[in-house]
Design a protein around this ligand. Structure first.
Ligand SMILES: [Fe+2]
Length: 220
């Protein structure tokens, strides 16, 4: 249930259907972009110009190449500051050296502003809080708009599933703490926008997501 001034547009692109989000407020004309899939930068930039907004930040939910595919290009086009958690910075500096390499060469990107748990991103009339949710990778973050009841979950939590934990710095133990302790403690009404696949709500995931249920069941 987004508030009157929070606007969200999806850009699903790249070889593994990654979703980038343009999040903005029209009145002061400011926005941010959360993840930039391969082949999406020009499409996002075209929309930004159409809306006449300025992009303040480009946020990486984590460092995997499908989420930062054209981050360097969008940074060049918009002049926005690239933000992400420090623990995934090494992946963003060397996206082509990953265990599962990208199908096309990716331009590395440097993190200008390091985001830690509790940091806030302010743009327009919007305040987004950073929640550090290690597990899919050590530097995975979710971004939360408490006023609007909206959570961008990256590859940590999907509709009906969770992010894989078998890539470098991934940890089942960590994600099994991050999801119950840091995400599922938020209200059921919160709408989630993941890095892949359809949207959902936390209430729905509490009932339908077997991975989430397993995490709670294992705690007894
Ligand atoms: Fe990922």
């Amino acid at each position: 249930m987004p508030t009157a001034f929070l606007h969200i547009e999806k850009f699903e692109d790249g070889p593994v259907w990654t979703i980038g989000y343009l999040v903005y407020d029209t009145a002061p004309g400011e926005g941010i972009v959360i993840d930039v899939p391969m082949w999406s930068a020009e499409k996002i930039y075209r929309r930004v110009r159409e809306l006449g907004i300025s992009v303040k930040y480009i946020v990486a939910t984590h460092g995997h190449w499908d989420h930062i595919g054209e981050m360097a290009k969008l940074k060049q086009l918009t002049g926005a500051a690239v933000c992400g958690n420090g623990a995934d910075e090494w992946m963003m500096r060397d996206p082509n050296g990953m265990v599962i390499p990208p199908p096309e060469k990716i331009e590395p990107v440097e993190v200008k502003e390091v985001l830690s748990d509790g940091n806030e991103l302010l743009f327009g009339r919007i305040r987004l809080k950073v929640i550090h949710t290690p597990g899919h990778s050590l530097g995975s973050i979710c971004v939360y708009d408490e006023a609007a009841g909206v959570l961008f979950t990256g590859d940590t939590l999907f509709a009906g599933s969770i992010g894989r934990v078998d890539l470098p710095t991934g940890s089942m133990e960590e994600i099994s703490k991050s999801i119950p302790d840091k995400i599922m403690t938020l209200p059921d009404e919160v709408k989630i926008y993941p890095g892949h696949g359809p949207d959902s709500t936390l209430g729905r995931e509490r009932v339908e997501n077997r991975f989430v249920q397993m995490m709670f069941a294992e705690r007894g």
